[in-house]
Design a protein around this ligand. Structure first.
Ligand SMILES: Nc1ncnc2c1ncn2[C@@H]1O[C@H](COP(=O)(O)OP(=O)(O)OP(=O)(O)O)[C@@H](O)[C@H]1O
Length: 695
């Protein structure tokens, strides 16, 4: 049934394309006098009929399957890509030299949108939470990334085409192969086999080198395109390596994430914040990953802008003072429970309920999920096509408490745009251990308490005699023991058993009875020293932009019915240009007024364009609709001879009102800032009959 419909959609699409070509060639012939007007009109009507038929088929498919047909997905993606490249939202970098995969340049509208989006992000998070913003270098010395684990573990498994040498990510190939097996209608797998495949699919990310090799071999996964055999998988570190300084003896890397810059500054940031916790720090900047097979435009690139937050909090209390402000929000939550259960779909649930039922680990993590959802809505992502997917237990690092990915549905499927993770105290502990700098915080109790504490008192004389030059390291390791470990050591030593002690350098020493005294004492305690936990929301700006492009893009037919026009329905706050100003015709008086209005708009901080191309007003609207300009001002004869008002047109409704010249900039400013809405403006000012192609 589905396959039949897909075929019908494909045929209908081909018919529309063919008829479109016919209309174009007839129109050219009409100009040369080689075709009749009636002939052209008939062809246009036929095109309209075919488009309706295609639309109906696509709707039927969506109704039957609940999905957008792959045909319309591909058509949509191709049409959108055409607009994005033609209007220079972004283009492949180094194009005149043949480009390099995974690098893109943003052109004028792309730059403006990126600026606007990061500004919204900064206002929504940094300003709202009084976050401490930092800007750190992208070139990072090896020691930092050794401490964070990136030097040893930031790898993907790679395989190569045995004949051509082309590189692929092993997990992506395996996943694609397994999904294709499950969807194979001609040779469907048995129920038992399907279960086995699903289990393997769920754990692809966790496979080690040997188990990945075995899985690729068992399922006979081959190189895409050529069908050649693949090399065995091997780990490939995604970091770009470089050397620092003229001698080239200091190894460095381009940072693969901005977060480490915040962690290494923790001590100074805590001091800056008056020693108080919780607090959050943020950084916006470029990160670099030498992705094995970059693809899907901005979605997987080798240089991209991240916006990251590290919220430092006492691990014993992850409540959030502003949680009530998001507790009633109901984003789609795709919890672990739902992913494992029968009903494999995200469902709306209030964040308050999710925390109280223990689905989201704590209020702070849920608070950021809520704020993230509001941010996505603000920049124009469709909330019905966004979900938060909880990591399955085996997907999370051993130290993480809970992780959720903010995913957006696109023609490429669900795309992770934000990772939100409760990373416990792992990062600061790792940097403490490598740098030997204390990255702890001190919580001062309101009133001192009498508490039983464990005291570890090394016997210096004995340690010196036995360990000599290592005495200091052993002493420090003993004093750094956690209370549990110290009590465990005490029990063993009292039983006469020596205990192995590992220092932070990884050296091991044998502690014997008499080398240390461990006792519990009751003391007056004024506070507590602890390593803060970190809750990390990590955003990829380029991915969010692409998802927003897909959700905002739509087409509508020109009034003449022979052309389908693209519209980028950007929310005004992210739109690259907020308004265009059109003099209705080329007259000095109209042009002067247009210039004055443009100056008013600029003074109000509103990016704007004057269009004096002399094209029909319909064509001019179409041009600005395509780059997503939300408002258009037309200066006509009434503006200079009549009551001085101009027309103001809203892009999506195409409705127009007449607004006094002197007010138009402030009206648009209020619309952009969300201080008013278009329906409110339309109710306040007299309507103007649409002109040009909007008629
Ligand atoms: N290669 C990339 N291109 C564009 N954006 C990226 C890329 N890698 C990561 N990001 C963005 O940075 C965010 C945080 O990075 P994180 O390390 O959590 O990603 P990730 O889980 O490694 O992503 P993926 O699994 O898709 O490679 C992601 O949610 C995404 O928006």
């Amino acid at each position: 049934m589905t396959t039949d419909l897909e075929k019908q959609i494909q045929d209908a699409q081909e018919a529309v394309t063919k008829q479109g070509d016919t209309v174009r060639s007839l129109k050219a012939s009409l100009k040369d006098g080689k075709a009749e007007k009636a002939e052209v009109d008939a062809a246009i009507s036929k095109l309209a009929e075919l488009k309706i038929a295609l639309d109906e088929k696509q709707k039927e498919y969506e109704k039957t399957t609940g999905k957008v047909s792959s045909q319309s997905k591909e058509a949509l993606r191709a049409a959108l890509a055409g607009v994005l490249e033609r209007r220079m939202f972004y283009i492949p970098s180094f194009k005149i030299y043949g480009s390099v995969a995974g690098f893109y340049d943003y052109g004028p509208p792309g730059c403006a949108i990126k600026q606007n989006m990061t500004q919204v992000w900064r206002n929504h998070f940094v300003l709202e939470e009084n976050m401490l913003e930092v800007e750190c270098p992208a070139v990072t010395p090896e020691v930092v990334l050794k401490a964070s684990g990136h030097v040893d573990r930031f790898t993907d498994f790679m395989v190569t085409d045995a004949a051509t040498g082309e590189c692929f990510r092993a997990d992506h190939l395996l996943e694609g192969h397994l999904e294709a097996l499950l969807e194979d209608k001609k040779n469907p797998p048995s129920a038992e086999k399907a279960r086995e495949i699903r289990e393997l699919l769920a754990g692809v990310g966790e496979l080690k080198q040997d188990t990945m090799a075995a899985a690729l071999q068992q399922y006979d996964v081959r190189a895409p395109g050529t069908g050649n055999a693949l090399s065995p998988p091997f780990p490939f570190n995604l970091m770009f390596k470089t050397s620092i300084g003229p001698k080239g003896d200091m190894v460095g890397y381009l940072r693969p994430e901005t977060a480490q810059g915040i962690f290494v500054n923790f001590r100074d940031l805590l001091y800056y914040n008056g020693g108080k916790l919780p607090f959050a720090a943020a950084q916006i900047g470029n990160s670099y990953r030498n992705e094995i097979s970059p693809r899907a435009g901005l979605l997987r690139v080798r240089e991209f802008t991240q916006a990251e937050i590290e919220h430092f909090v006492n691990g014993d209390d992850k409540s959030h003072p502003k949680f009530a402000s998001v507790a009633d929000l109901k984003p789609l939550l795709y919890s672990r429970e739902l992913q494992m259960g029968e009903e494999k779909k995200a469902a709306p649930m209030s964040l308050g309920e999710a925390v109280s039922r223990g689905i989201i680990a704590n209020e702070t993590l849920a608070y950021f999920i809520g704020r993230t959802w509001l941010f996505f809505c603000k920049v124009g992502v469709n909330p019905a096509r966004m979900r938060f997917r909880q990591h399955l237990q085996h997907e999370m690092a051993h130290y993480a408490t809970d992780c959720w990915d903010g995913e957006v549905e696109t023609t490429y499927g669900w795309v992770e745009c934000v990772g939100l993770a409760d990373r416990s105290a792992y990062d600061l502990k790792a940097h403490t251990s490598m740098s030997k700098i204390d990255l702890t915080a001190f919580e001062k109790f309101d009133t001192p308490r009498m508490e039983e504490v464990v005291r570890v008192v090394p016997n210096n004389k004995e340690l010196g005699a036995v360990f000599k030059k290592d005495q200091k390291a052993v002493k420090e390791a003993l004093e750094a023991l956690s209370e549990d470990k110290a009590m465990d050591m005490k029990a063993k030593l009292e039983a006469g058993t020596p205990v192995a002690l590992t220092t932070c350098e990884g050296q091991s020493f044998e502690i014997k009875p008499g080398m240390v005294e461990i006792k519990k004492v009751t003391e007056k305690v004024t506070g507590k020293t602890y390593t803060p936990s970190v809750i990390e929301p990590s955003f990829g700006i380029g991915r969010i932009m692409y998802c927003m492009f897909e959700h905002c893009y739509y087409t509508r037919e020109a009034a003449s019915k022979d052309e389908v026009r693209a519209v980028m329905g950007f929310r005004p706050v992210v739109a690259p240009t907020k308004a265009t100003v059109f003099p209705l015709v080329q007259k000095p008086a109209l042009n002067e007024t247009a210039q004055r209005i443009s100056r008013d708009l600029t003074a109000a901080g509103l990016s704007n364009l004057i269009d004096t191309t002399g094209n029909t007003i319909g064509k001019r609207y179409a041009r600005t609709d395509e780059i997503g300009v939300p408002f258009a001002i037309t200066v006509d004869f009434d503006s200079i001879e009549g009551n001085g008002s101009v027309t103001l047109r809203e892009r999506d409704s195409m409705a127009q009102v007449r607004v006094p010249q002197g007010e138009v900039a402030s009206v648009i400013r209020a619309l952009v800032d969300d201080r008013t809405t278009w329906p409110e403006v339309a109710a306040k000012y007299p309507a103007q009959k649409a002109t040009g192609d909007d008629e």
